[in-house]
Design a protein around this ligand. Structure first.
Ligand code: F6R
Length: 615
């Protein structure tokens, strides 16, 4: 995700900002920029691409060597609203050029705020949600905050819906800058005669180990002598700093041992950022995709094309879209799709799913579908990636950069996007009414808190994995959506733990594969579909009779299957249709702990690359 660094002190600010931003490079970014005050003016320098490009720009202009610039804010951007470009990079300036802002997070009501500002004559230079903040700050600064930047920040925050970590610099206050946060991390660093902000501790760890973690809705004013912290009501807050003792490699992982664990813990945030900005007035609004009833009725089929984890998300999508919309959906792995002369017409909608947006097989399949006349809707995580650029329509997931090779949070967000799409299409087709849509949307909004509850089961899975990591072969079985989920669970286990694993439909095992079940074979059974539990209990009895050990991952509605399980992980209560978004998490944790116990590199499994750009 994006990174923020800010500094006020007596040293030359630009090398400090560049150094801090470089330490956040591991998070992924596509542009970088800085704002600083010199001679009573705010200067912004920003550049698409690597931090090196920005460094060269600052060096060439002589700014980098200047010793008289002592206050500034910097940012690395991971594009969410608008493609990676110089214009969309942060910092963003207010209309007068006197206020600069850097922002992490997503402003959900930015279109509404943009309209408000445009009606008052503000002009926008970028496609970002952040520019709205810069103009709103100026609006309040001039209109009702008495040209007090702290007050202008407070008033602006009360207009914003969504998540933010902010750094704000004002030309009229060359000795101070302001920071604020809501649902996006921001820390304050206390130095000797200087102070810092950062979105992640590693950015400032070489300067200070005294850190104050900001909490939601808090605002801070930083000068070189002091940091003042205020709560949402403007009351001063006293908080003792922590003394960070980790090294910077550990700090990059946010205190987690591996990126995979960190990313699983980001699932609630990632799903929230994918879902909430699309829900307005009990309706789903995608920025870039809308089909009317006639267009939907005209579809002969939907094809979902993707690879690996993304293809598994597509299989869940098939179950859900078919169930709700009654449109036939076929799922293809991209490498097969291209070469089998698929049936595509102008009435086909092809949905391409990709985290990276660069997977070569998926890209080539998309081009083939396009050539055959299909409309292309891409569900992609990386803004401005090849797939995003070439598709007709894009729905972005908001997972943020995924660094671990094994995909985790991207899968949850791909599912979230597919659910929203299915609900929107079903509603447009008149297959669900307003009340049903509202009910589904409430349930979607609740997913992040269900994910938090699920992540709390970590210890049970850790203990179970410690007892079973020597398994030679593990089966996952499920029915309906639990079968779709099992495919992803099995891939996650085998790709990082190197344990042979297969996923089967519960009823299919007895047609051959049951021959492989022997005394002690581990069989993992997600059960989230109450209407299929009795059938699953029979299937479990079949494998238990041959000696299988059963790990059940059960929702409360399916708890009657506990009697045939050797160990149960209980999921929170969830609508069975939405269950895969949450039920996948214990299977990811299971794969993680099995791998840790075996002593393998969780984040970089052998033979695999994060982005597969070869055929
Ligand atoms: C597995 C995994 C891969 C990817 C696949 C597609 O954990 O990450 O199976 O899902 O290579 O990648 P994207 O989604 O980037 O197209």
């Amino acid at each position: 995700m994006c990174g923020i660094v800010g500094y006020v002190g007596s040293e030359s600010v630009l090398p400090i900002l560049l150094d801090g931003l470089s330490r956040l490079e591991y998070r992924g970014y596509d542009s970088a920029g800085v704002a600083f005050i010199e001679n009573g003016q705010v200067d912004v320098q920003k550049k698409k691409g690597r931090i090196l490009n920005l460094r060269e720009k600052l060096a060439d202009s002589g700014l980098l060597a200047r010793q008289d610039i002592h206050i500034g804010i910097g940012h690395t951007r991971w594009a969410t609203h608008g493609a990676p470009s110089d214009e969309n990079s942060h910092p963003h300036l207010s209309a007068s050029g006197r206020i600069a802002v850097v922002h992490n997070g997503i402003i959900e009501n930015y279109l509404e705020l943009k309209r408000f500002l445009q009606e008052r004559g503000f002009e926008f230079a970028s496609e970002t949600d952040t520019e709205v903040i810069a103009h709103l700050l100026e609006y309040h600064y001039e209109e009702d905050a008495g040209q007090d930047i702290l007050e202008a920040v407070r008033r602006t925050l009360s207009d914003l819906e969504g998540s933010y970590a902010l750094g704000v610099l004002c030309a009229d206050d060359p000795e101070q800058f302001i920071a604020a946060r809501q649902d996006s991390p921001l820390v304050l660093g206390l130095g000797e005669g200087c102070n810092f902000i950062a979105s992640d501790i590693p950015a400032i760890l070489s300067h200070t180990r005294k850190i104050i973690i900001m909490e939601d809705r808090e605002v801070a004013r930083l000068t070189k002598e002091a940091i003042e912290l205020f709560d949402a009501f403007g009351q001063p807050v006293k908080r003792e700093p922590l003394l960070v003792t980790w090294d910077s490699e550990a700090a990059e992982k946010g205190g987690y041992e591996h990126f995979m664990m960190k990313e699983m813990h980001e699932e609630p945030r990632a799903v929230r950022d994918t879902v909430l900005p699309r829900i307005r007035d009990n309706r789903i609004r995608f920025e870039n995709f809308q089909m009317d009833r006639q267009a939907l009725e005209n579809l002969d089929r939907i094809r979902i094309v993707a690879c690996g984890t993304a293809a598994h998300a597509g299989i869940v999508g098939k179950y859900v879209i078919e169930a709700l919309c009654r449109i036939p959906v076929e799922v293809d792995v991209a490498s097969e799709f291209r070469y089998r002369n698929p049936i595509i017409t102008e009435r086909t909608l092809t949905i391409i799913i990709s985290q990276s947006g660069e997977t070569l097989d998926t890209l080539a399949a998309m081009r083939e579908a396009k050539r055959l006349g299909s409309q292309i809707l891409a569900i992609v995580n990386v803004v401005g990636s090849s797939i995003a650029r070439e598709a007709d329509h894009v729905i972005y997931t908001a997972a943020g950069p995924e660094i671990a090779v094994a995909s985790t949070k991207a899968y949850n967000t791909q599912l979230a996007a597919l659910y929203l799409l299915a609900f929107q299409m079903a509603h447009t087709l008149g297959r669900i009414d307003d009340a049903e849509l509202k009910d589904y949307l409430e349930k979607m909004t609740n997913l992040p808190s269900l994910l938090e509850t699920t992540l709390a089961h970590q210890d049970d899975l850790q203990r179970f994995a410690a007892a079973h990591f020597n398994a030679h072969s593990i089966f996952f079985i499920g029915r309906g959506l639990d079968y779709a989920l099992s495919m992803e669970a099995s891939l996650k286990l085998k790709e990082i733990s190197y344990i042979h694993s297969e996923a089967y439909a519960g009823g299919e095992l007895k047609h051959g594969t049951i021959a492989l079940i022997e005394e002690g074979t581990l069989v993992v059974c997600p059960m989230t579909q109450p209407q299929l539990v009795e059938k699953m209990i029979s299937n479990i009895r079949e494998v238990k009779a041959r000696g299988a050990v059963i790990l059940g991952i059960l929702t409360p509605d399916c708890m009657r299957a506990a009697e045939v399980c050797d160990q149960v992980i209980e999921l929170p209560q969830i609508d069975p249709l939405l269950a895969p978004v949450v039920a996948v998490t214990p299977t990811q944790l299971f794969a993680y702990y099995m791998t840790v116990n075996k002593g393998f590199d969780v984040d970089k499994p052998r033979n695999l690359a994060k982005s597969v750009t070869v055929e």
